[in-house]
Design a protein around this ligand. Sequence first.
Ligand code: TMP
Length: 714
Amino acid sequence: MSLRSPFGRRRGGVLAIRSFRRLWIATSLSSLGDWLSLLALTTLAYALTGKHSAAAGGLAVGGVWITSLLPSLLLGPLAGALADRLDRRMTLVFFDVVRAVLYLSIPLNLVVGFANQLTWMYIAQFLASCASLFWAPAKDASVPNLVEPEQLEQANQLSLMTTYGTAPVAALLFTVLAAITAGLARFVPYFGNPVSGRVSLALYLDAATFVISAVTVYSLREIARRQASEPISVPSVARAIWEGWRFAGQSRVVRGITVGMVGAFAAGGVVVGIGYGYIYTTLGGGPAGWGVVFAAIFVGLAAGMSFGLRVLGGFSRRRLFGLSIAIAAVPLALIALIPNLAVVAILVVVLGACAGIAYVTGYTIIGGEVDDETRGRTFAFLQSAIKVVMFAVIAVAPVLAAGFSAAIGAAVGSGSGAVHVGAISYGSVGYNIVVLLGAVVAMVLGLISYRLMDDRPGVPLIPDLLGALRGRPLPGPGAAAAGPSADGQHPPRGLLLAFEGGEGAGKSTQARLLAIWLRENGYDVLATHEPGATKVGMRLRALLLDTAHTGLSPWAEVLMYAADRAEHVTAVIRPALARGTIVVTDRYLDSSLAYQGAGRQLPLEEIREVNERATGGLVPDLTFLLDLPPAAGLNRRARSADRLEAEPQEFHDRVRAGFLRLASADPDRYLVLDAARDPGEISREIQAAVRERLPDPVPEQAEEITGTMPVIRE
Ligand code: TMP
């Protein structure tokens, strides 16, 4: 059986293409170089200034982050537009070389002294970040020249992984280099220098990564000069924010996501802005400590992203998003209160995990619930808003910390802002206060986001969470009203299996085959369908599909399908589930999301809300999506077209894309099947998937051992 998730398909696929592999190696090296430079320069900034005061050190470190981010705020649109006009291969090579030279110039200046050390470091970092900004769109635009169109998504995912995946590698490398430097210092006095010696190894290696990347790309003749048909347009930050808010800000979900993201990135900005200073002054960790904590963030992020949803599979995504941000406040506050490097490193992993969970849930929610029309703008809006928030917080946090340290230092009579509480001593208490403030912001905004997006009002949070952890989520709100289960409080015991897909995909055939197979295996099965499985439903079906009603208002359509569904769930599905029956339905809720949402282009979220009431939150245990190009499906039809089938091809294309998006947003709950294949083959794949979910598993050879069939109920 293969669950066809767009994330899991043929991972090695694109890397088998030699030219793409080379570009990918170059990209990885460049990204590694970018991260390494951030680590080296933050360390250097502190080494150059921290001897005067911790506050000055903190500010200098903030300056590194600002010079790194400022170019993307100022020059983002320009870089995209320019990359479109230049020879891509030479752009990549040129900006790699530029970055190599700039990073070499920093340690060189420390020795030769051609400019003020700190000033030159900022100038070089600013210019190198500008170079990265021009480099990235040229790289992105080159990818389509190297891979097949259907591999593009995979290639992009791989690129994204490299951009962030190299961060922990850089952090570990930096830690190792710090240790090597310490060893070398015994033999070579240069490396013993507390300023220039400390980071030069990292900066030399940094320059080397860019040189190797340049050489690798230079040999890639396949990268075309440019692709005139595909201009890259990057909206300015201000415009993306304004337009995005105007289009997407109306929706409660987007507002919830925005508030949550601002909270998360404000807290993240605090960590980034003052992390080094805090580690240095209060935790007593040098560059190696900084490397460890930096790596810990990414270890946490990766863990949160990959395990978070698996562990909390049944929990509402919308609840999880705000909750993970609010919960992140706890490790953050503890980081402020417990000044111990080892403890902080562990807490940072937890913090990263919360951020990772928030990231994937936020992404999934936008992917699945924001409709096609506004999704691009929503992403652009969020990315721009995040940049501005991060930038502001990184700039302000060190200033605030210095201010608090100075004020409290003056009050208690310690110049540096050192405060002792019992046995614990806070080297520069302003840092702790600012981290605590970050925690408060995360908590408050996380909770607001939770309130805005909560899709299970009235369902208590803690039991809901514990239920999800045990793999038995509580029924949704209104479940009781829509038809209680047998004993009125336990979730239904049966299984709900849904078949979805476009016209003529073979859903009904497969639903029938599955019902027959299950019955043969001794299960109590109810085969049903939408619309029209109840008396009222049959009338609604006739109204809905009659071509005489062409031009029916889209919302009337949504509500009529929802009315049919409410009746279906209450009168047919829930009572059957409560009896322990396996319900196989030909179409369910997702048809409304795909046909009325994607097809009629109505907001998904609102359709979901209406259907939430209709179904009382009842979601299938597994949905089979029979995927087929619409033209093929409509040709299979023997009779004349009904009202929906008569819609134009574009409508059906949107429906198909809508279904596929729903499936990719929740791969655990869907099995996407290529409906062009032999029905027998498809049916076997479906049986294999169902077998895994049956309360009493059907042995693979069940067909042969008749008489010993598992039976749920007599
Ligand atoms: P059927 O032909 O598979 O029985 O489905 C009837 C039509 O109704 C089909 O064209 C899909 C459409 N439909 C919706 O548009 N929204 C819905 O919610 C459902 C259940 C079906």
